[in-house]
Design a protein around this ligand. Structure first.
Ligand code: ADP
Ligand code: MG
Length: 230
């Protein structure tokens, strides 16, 4: 279980509060207006930002001051965050060891992850030699090798176009079925939430609200969400 306990986070004039838990294996969409604090929420959980007050807990254990690498989550960034000078295999290997000194077992984990995302044999290539969809798969493979109980996606696959995006979301769902990991996914597309996340956290007006059933929320949106959905 991940818990945000009375957390308050500030960035300049902006502030965001959160006070809720999410259960292991839950798939949660994070939606709300641009600038509402969706990325801030993920960065707080991942340890890239510190709360001013409150605590972040994993299974009841305080991890408010834990470094990102010590937390039970793997994050996939919007731009995939691939290093152009490294090979595909090295980009994935970074998820295991930042210094890339992988032993044989670790190297075979990289190969297995590439195979799982449909990129068997692509290890020696450079990211520039891959399509956008394939680059997203590399980034997903790097999340997989980290073998964490939570996957965080910040507006993933938005650059891919609708058909490829749906393909990637379905691949993410399949992988989560296999690993049992939970998901927090920021999206500006309510259909993404309906497709992959039974629960949704609404971020609006300085608050990240406790997760509610995605269908109920989208079928019967509160005012803050109605304005945003248009
Ligand atoms: P979202 O992901 O929902 O679009 P963000 O979490 O990126 O929103 O940003 C939330 C708010 O925090 C924004 O209104 C933005 O202006 C502000 N913000 C983000 N980063 C900084 C920063 N480094 N310094 C000051 N304000 C920031
Ligand atoms: Mg954002």
């Amino acid at each position: 279980m991940l818990t945000l306990e009375n957390t308050l986070i500030r960035q300049g004039e902006f502030s965001l509060t959160a006070d809720f838990s999410i259960q292991p294996g839950m798939r949660v969409a994070v939606i709300g207006p641009s600038g509402a604090g969706k990325s801030t929420l993920l960065n707080l959980l991942a340890g890239f930002l510190d709360p001013e007050t409150g605590r972040v807990l994993n299974q009841g254990q305080d991890m408010t001051r834990a470094a990102p690498g010590e937390r039970p989550l793997a994050m996939l960034f919007q731009d995939n965050n691939l290093f152009p000078h490294l090979t595909v295999a090295q980009n994935v290997g970074l998820g295991i060891r930042p210094d890339l000194r992988l032993d044989a077992t670790q190297a075979s984990r990289v190969e297995a992850a590439l195979k799982r995302v449909g990129l068997e044999g692509y290890g020696p290539r450079k990211p520039a030699a891959l399509s956008g969809g394939q680059q997203s798969r590399v980034a997903l493979a790097r999340v997989l090798v980290q073998d964490k109980p939570w996957v965080l996606l910040d507006e993933p696959f938005a650059a891919l176009g609708p058909a490829l995006k749906v393909e990637m979301l379905d691949l993410v769902a399949e992988v989560l079925d296999e690993t049992g990991a939970g998901l927090l996914m920021v999206s500006h597309d309510p259909q993404d939430a309906r497709r992959i996340a039974p629960h949704t956290v609404l971020v609006a007006d300085g608050v990240a609200y406790a997760p509610t059933a995605t269908r109920d929320l989208l079928d019967n949106p509160p005012p803050a969400l109605r304005t945003y959905l248009g």
